[in-house]
Ligand binder design. Structure first.
Ligand SMILES: Nc1nc2c(ncn2[C@@H]2O[C@H](COP(=O)(O)OP(=O)(O)OP(=O)(O)O)[C@@H](O)[C@H]2O)c(=O)[nH]1
Ligand SMILES: [Mg+2]
Length: 298
């Protein structure tokens, strides 16, 4: 009988390099929200990839960056600590951007596990020889176990990625049931999907000032729906006005898009009601961060 392998693989890197896009592509389901705005992911999210002989638990993390407020410090800490309890690390970089990553690479020097360099977004390169230049630019910074160019968006070379990681996966049991894809609860996924739509419909400070909490969830037997009440928290009255929009148009659009996706992903029929509340400076209050589900224990 073949030995069974299993282990944890942290996906780390700067904001916006495509870590969440990668975990979704690997798992084959949307478990983590994605957006063109930096600092989209705020928590650690596990994605479970199970095959007959092995189980890879990928861990999506927030983009590593040095933010000033408590929210950003907290999410950076989550990302940094995630490399400590895993069997391997995937360091994701953007093939078009790079740089300002020295502090991230310095964390690898304190761990004794394989770190792979993943060059993402290769679909954006005009000339494939650019990949060689990128590899050369990283070669002196750290003894990476391997270098893998991929496109998370186009699912290019993801089979190859799994193939390269497999020999490094320790022998071990199934950590999660075969059918399990993620450790996120349905409530967490719902609030994240609402936040994702907000990220797409707001600019500048607003996306970073928003938290979403599911307040209640009730089965409505007469309508055959699940009635969901969600609270959107912002920091200022002006942000609340922006979110609601002229005659409530923006919040309506956000609600419609979120509802459609929740219905599709969770295979249910939800009736979604959104409320917006101002909570000054919540990003700097530890108790608020905790109650909004942001932190190492959440
Ligand atoms: N062209 C291209 N775009 C990509 C690829 N992977 C991700 N993106 C885009 O890059 C942006 C950021 O993607 P995310 O997956 O949210 O990035 P992230 O690293 O999780 O970002 P944070 O959570 O903020 O740290 C989105 O607009 C994605 O569509 C890729 O392979 N090619
Ligand atoms: Mg992300």
């Amino acid at each position: 009988m073949n030995k069974h392998q299993s282990g944890f693989i942290a996906i780390v890197g700067r904001p916006n390099v495509g870590k969440s896009t990668l975990i979704n592509a690997l798992i084959g389901e949307k478990i983590a929200i994605m957006s063109p705005k930096p600092q989209t992911t705020r928590n650690r999210i596990m994605g479970v990839y199970t095959q007959p002989d092995f189980q890879m638990v990928f861990v999506d993390t927030p983009g590593m960056h040095k933010g000033k407020d408590l929210l950003n410090k907290t999410i950076d800490k989550i990302a940094v600590s995630s490399i400590k309890d895993v069997d391997m690390v995937l360091f994701v970089v953007d093939s078009k951007k790079g740089s300002a990553e020295d502090h991230i690479i310095s964390y690898f020097k304190s761990i004794d596990i394989p770190v792979f360099l993943l060059i993402n977004k290769i679909d954006t390169l005009k000339n494939k020889s650019e990949i060689d230049e990128i590899i050369i630019s990283y070669l002196n910074s750290y003894p990476f176990e391997g270098v893998i160019p991929v496109s998370a968006k186009d699912h290019t070379y993801l089979d190859k990625l799994v193939e390269i990681l497999l020999p490094h996966l320790p022998e071990g049991p199934l950590f999660f049931p075969e059918e399990m894809k993620s450790d996120q609860s349905e409530n967490q996924l719902m609030s994240e999907l609402i936040r994702e739509k907000i990220l797409y419909h707001t600019e500048q400070e607003v996306p970073h000032s928003v938290a979403v909490v599911i307040e209640s969830l009730e089965e409505n037997e007469a309508m055959n729906t699940i009635d969901v009440q969600a609270l959107i928290i912002v920091e200022r009255t002006t942000q609340k006005q922006i979110l609601i929009g002229k005659s409530g148009e923006k919040i309506k659009k956000i609600g419609t898009e979120a509802r459609k996706e929740i219905n599709q992903i969770l295979n249910t029929k939800v009736h979604l009601t959104l409320w917006v509340k101002v909570k000054k400076d919540w990003r700097n209050r530890p108790e608020d961060l905790r109650s909004f589900g942001i932190g190492e224990d959440s």
